[in-house]
Design a protein around this ligand. Structure first.
Ligand code: PBG
Length: 334
């Protein structure tokens, strides 16, 4: 038997680990700047930057400052940026009409970014939570239940407004049923055939999104409500395959699993069983835990690189991470 021959002392697994060169040769997975997508928070104004206390190193930026950031990350070899708007009270309503304003913050940002840094892929978030007074990702009835089909109608308008502004990739993060198909249909109708759809296909109702909700200012609006009637139960794995398969059939080009580190079994299953472009989101809560420990000196910075590498080993083709710029700098030795 094959294994019988691979025993001590003929086989010493430590031999290959003895020097850096042989460790390098047998390395099965690698992290590169090309694997990373940087999520960013954009706000109105000029020369405005606001720190997010729970997320060391992450800031809400006005568009002029975001342009500089876009230039820098493109130069580091990061292929894309995912845009999240910080919307003030004036942009929030029951029906989230601001979501599809052709001159809204996201739509304007996309136009300016594509003009200034054309090679950087711009991904927009398709979901209503920044625009609703109640902080849910969709339109609700009197009981507060998020109405699926009514929400999808608005998401389609939002998606089209992003695509018309020049967004390269639309990322629906709302978890409504059937939205990928409806968005794909309208993109085809409008001959926007190369606008990619990056589906948050397996998005769990996670408690790790807290710092993000603070960053975009939806936490207070959401209050004690949760998103369990549309986001997935953390107990489920088969259901993730079902979600991803449906989104692919409806026309998604890439799929995402979210959160990251506690959900790598899901990443592994999806990549293995479906073999499609599979991405993972290291979400705000994961980032906050690790970065706050690093800031205190309780963990080393290398722990972050390790977490990202482990996501690739699990099967992710790429990673959305607030650490993308720093990781790319480390990888490039700058
Ligand atoms: C909302 C959205 C969320 C995140 C991305 N898009 C939060 C939520 O679902 O409440 C979370 C990202 C993060 O925590 O880093 N559509």
């Amino acid at each position: 038997m094959y294994l019988a021959h691979r025993t001590f002392p003929a086989t010493r697994l430590r031999r290959m680990r003895a020097d850096a060169f042989s460790r390098q040769l047998m390395q099965e997975h690698r992290l590169a700047p090309q694997d990373l997508i940087l999520p960013v928070f954009v706000q109105e104004g000029d020369n405005q930057r606001e720190a997010i206390p729970s997320m060391p190193g992450v800031e809400r930026l006005s568009l002029d400052l975001l342009l500089q950031e876009a230039r820098e990350i493109a130069d580091l070899g990061i292929p894309a940026m995912a845009l999240f708007p910080v919307v003030g009270v004036e942009g929030k309503s029951e029906l989230a009409e601001e979501a599809y304003n052709p001159n809204g913050l996201v739509q304007r940002s996309v136009r300016v970014l594509k003009e200034a840094v054309p090679e950087l892929g711009i991904i927009t978030d398709v979901a209503l939570d920044p625009y609703t007074t109640h902080g849910q990702d969709g339109i609700i009835d009197e009981q507060g239940y998020v109405l699926n089909d009514r929400t999808v109608e608005t998401l389609v308008k939002q998606a089209l407004s992003h695509a018309e502004a020049g967004a390269d990739m639309l990322a629906p993060s709302d978890m409504m049923d059937g939205r990928i198909g409806q968005i794909r249909q309208v993109l085809e109708q409008e001959q926007l055939v190369n606008t990619r759809i990056f589906s948050y296909a397996a998005k769990y109702a996670s408690h790790y999104y807290g710092p993000f909700r603070d960053a975009v200012g939806s936490a207070a609006n959401l209050g004690k409500a949760d998103k369990k009637t549309y986001q997935m139960d953390p107990a489920n794995s088969d259901e993730a395959l079902h979600e991803v398969a449906m989104d692919l059939v409806e026309g998604a080009d890439m799929v995402m699993i979210k959160p990251g580190l506690p959900y790598l079994d899901i990443v592994h299953r999806i990549k293995k069983e479906l073999g499609v472009p599979t991405f993972v989101y290291q979400v705000s809560g994961e980032y906050a835990m690790q970065m706050n420990a690093i800031e205190k000196g309780w963990l080393s910075e290398e722990s972050m690189m390790e977490a990202l590498l482990c996501m690739k080993r699990a099967g992710a083709d790429g990673i959305l991470t607030y650490y993308a710029k720093r990781a790319a700098q480390i990888l490039r030795g700058v």
